[in-house]
Design a protein around this ligand. Structure first.
Ligand code: ATP
Ligand code: MG
Length: 239
């Protein structure tokens, strides 16, 4: 379970303060598939960075399974992230010199597991995302949709209890987007992994258990519970 209390993030640009998060409080239950939505610049990525322990908040607290992760030092935070969290970046953030399998194995290798076990886990995960035949390819040989699936396999390889994904479908067409959303839904249901995903596409809402709307660095209370769940992707109105 994730509990966030009065979370603040202020960026300093020269001597100008940009308040990207202005006191966000929320909780996310174990096994929820939560969407984070809101206008551009509202603080969605900033929120995900703080929750994913990629950045340090300016104020407030983040508790993950009762550990106050906002109080951990750098080493403890890195270790916590490695053991419990997966993160899918919008721009994939893959290592271009490594093969598909090596990219996915990295988080397992960093946990100190035997190499054979790491590659076996990477292979299993790549098969799950439909890339079992591309293990030895370099990432630049793959399409954008395939690269995003590699980055998802990497985020999932250690079966983290929480997966964060920042607009994982932003560069994908409808078909690839649907593949990604269905993959998240499957692991969410099968493995009870908590998934927190930023999106700006209304049709993605039908996949989420709940949506947290952000506006100007705070939760948009007026939109909580007020949104319906639109149907499938564009061009699939009858489904
Ligand atoms: N590293 C940074 N330094 C200074 N300001 C930043 C930094 N990162 C984000 N901001 C500012 O914080 C605010 C929130 O940015 P954020 O990236 O979280 O928005 P977002 O909701 O993810 O937007 P988008 O939908 O366009 O991705 C914006 O005003 C942005 O300019
Ligand atoms: Mg963003």
């Amino acid at each position: 379970m994730i509990e966030v209390a009065d979370l603040k993030k202020i960026y300093l640009l020269g001597n100008v303060e940009v308040a990207a998060l202005r006191g966000v409080s929320l909780s996310i239950q174990k096994g929820e598939f939560v969407g984070i939505m809101g206008p551009s610049g509202s603080g969605k990525s900033t929120l995900l960075h703080q929750l994913g322990l990629l950045d340090t908040p300016s104020g407030g607290h983040i508790l993950i399974d009762s550990t106050d992760v906002s109080q951990l030092d750098d080493d403890a935070r890195t270790w916590f992230r490695l053991m419990h969290l997966g993160y899918v970046f919008q721009d994939y953030a893959l290592v271009s010199e490594l093969t598909v399998m090596e990219n996915v194995a990295i988080p397992a290798i960093m946990q100190g597991k035997p190499l054979a076990e790491c590659y076996a886990a990477a292979t299993r995960m790549l098969e799950k995302v439909g890339l079992g035949k591309r293990l030895d390819h370099l990432v630049f040989e793959l399409s954008g949709g395939e690269q995003q699936r590699v980055s998802i396999a990497r985020a999932l390889v250690n079966t983290p209890s929480i997966v964060f994904a920042d607009e994982p479908c932003a560069n994908l067409d409808t078909e690839n987007s649907r593949t990604v959303l269905e993959l998240f839904r499957d692991v969410n249901r099968e493995l009870k992994q908590t998934i927190v995903m930023v999106s700006h596409e209304p049709w993605h809402q039908s996949y989420f258990d709940r949506i947290i709307f952000i506006r100007d660095g705070v939760m948009d209370e007026e939109r909580i519970e007020s949104e319906g769940k639109p149907g499938g992707p564009p061009g699939n109105e009858t489904g």
